[in-house]
Ligand binder design. Structure first.
Ligand SMILES: *[C@@H]1O[C@H](CO)[C@@H](O)[C@H](O)[C@H]1NC(C)=O
Ligand SMILES: *[C@@H]1O[C@H](CO)[C@@H](O)[C@H](O)[C@H]1NC(C)=O
Length: 205
């Protein structure tokens, strides 16, 4: 009798054990981006070339800044404003500048809301929660620290987060587009624009 009862209780506990892990709380959600942060990103452009991005996200100031260093190449500034204007320029002798207008601004801190949870995966040596959103982005967040570790776009561009400094703010003067952006004589064709994927697809409608 007692053995049966023990066995019975044991079976119930075994049956319930997945609940201890999953049923108590719902599937994990990605942490929203901090309102201001600085990250150094190592980017693999689908195997075509590599670059670093000095990335400064600043939601209160309504701007996202990438300062790209292409491997053994030049530096390209990419200053995105929440009003939809983006300035791409170099400060070298090419004096390249291209100004683009889009209908949406920078990514919202909660742009990953509604992403599908895919479980955990070991990537770059970190155990991560993984989410996918609209077949556009795959996002890896460290299970323990909840910091982003990596994100991949549908076109194969992957970004690996090397540093992540919450609260760091880029001085305003760095984001001031140079004179040759406001000058028709600027040399516009000297640098191939390294477009990133159309992030507006992640914006709410
Ligand atoms: C870059 O990504 C490609 C796949 O897109 C991969 O084959 C290659 O090994 C990667 N290179 C580096 C240096 O990470
Ligand atoms: C958006 O804001 C930036 C920075 O203040 C400014 O340079 C740009 O002209 C603005 N764009 C529009 C369309 O107002």
């Amino acid at each position: 009798m007692k053995l049966t009862a023990l066995f019975f209780t044991g079976s119930i506990l075994l049956l319930m054990s997945p609940c201890i892990k999953w049923c108590g709380s719902s599937t994990p959600s990605p942490s929203p981006w901090p309102k201001q942060f600085h990250a150094l990103l190592y980017m693999n452009m689908s195997g075509r070339f590599l670059k670093l991005s000095d990335f400064w996200y600043d939601w209160p100031k309504g701007r996202g800044v990438n300062i790209f260093q292409r491997q053994l190449g030049g530096i390209l500034y990419d200053i995105e404003w929440d009003n939809g204007t983006t300035f791409y320029y170099t400060l070298d002798s090419n004096r390249y500048c291209r100004v683009m207008e889009s209908e949406v601004g920078i990514l919202r801190p909660d742009f990953l809301d509604g992403a599908n949870y895919l479980g955990t995966q070991l990537t770059d040596g970190f155990l991560c929660h993984v989410w996918e959103k609209i077949d556009f982005i795959w996002y890896y967040e460290d299970v323990i620290s909840r910091r982003p570790v990596r994100w991949d776009f549908y076109d194969g561009i992957s970004s690996h987060v090397m540093t992540f400094e919450v609260g760091a703010v880029l001085p305003d003067f760095v984001t001031q587009a140079p004179e040759h952006c406001f000058n028709q004589e600027s040399h516009r064709d000297t640098l191939e624009l390294e477009n990133h994927p159309p992030l507006y697809r992640l914006s709410p409608h």
